[in-house]
Design a protein around this ligand. Sequence first.
Ligand SMILES: [Zn+2]
Length: 306
Amino acid sequence: MRPYKRMFKKEPICNEAGLKLQLQEKLYNVKQDALMIYNKFYKELTINITKGVLSNRKDLDFMFDKLNSNTYILGSISSDKLNCIDCKKAHRLSPVDIYCYISDDASAYIPPIQNKKINNIEKARIEIVLDLSSILAIWEAMSRLYEALEYNKSDYEDFFNRLTPNVVMSSITHELSHWISDILNNKHIANIVALADEYGKEYLELKYKNINLAYYEVDAYIHGIDNLKKDIGIKEYNKLSFTDICKRYPALRIIIKDIHKYDLLISLWKKAMLKRMSRENLITDEMKRTKFRLNIDKLFETFKGV
Ligand SMILES: [Zn+2]
């Protein structure tokens, strides 16, 4: 009945190579390009912010052009500058422009969409965003006595965490993986977005009524976790519980805050994450030891902690 069901019906692939491709659900390796984008746009900036070389909003106003009152333009890069094999493959089929901002908006992948009015396909865009509110809170923390601060300690840890190389690179990896997955798999995300434009934004959530449970979001978060594993090395990674992973990857904390009240969503999300993590060899020794006893309420309480 629903168009998305028709959309995802796979064409049978009969030759051996095709079958292998269909069975193999692999993660795209974009580490080198994520690092290149990080070094080009975010490395010096995040160091300058956390060391206080840049210390207030006026410094940002002076250094960067603005897209609107709360969006600073750090720069952009086209996918022809990307070198990873999967990025090159996707670029050949459908290039993307990657825009880097400081903003209150979230990072996003905007697929290539058919513009019916001018009968033209609009080029895909990726927006990688460094969170403006976190930067302002960090500056506040640096300029005032702790007692006078607005947020609690764990919030400030979170704000600093969002500016660390690993977290910024996880965001870049997440959005690049959306683009590659979309372009190399029959534009499945572009099709969903086109339907959402026509029938309402709930199409983005598919049958789950929450976008974070849609298979393409789970897929992108898994890429982010894989980036964390590559970044800290297998030995360190294996010591992490799922709570530790969430602590180091703030996007997952946001999901938990979003769904922790809904039992059904939690169990579906847990199931989806566990399934993909296990398939991609991302279950840590610590998770195996504790049999992945993920208590979302407890996790949520930990994050609320003082
Ligand atoms: Zn996403």
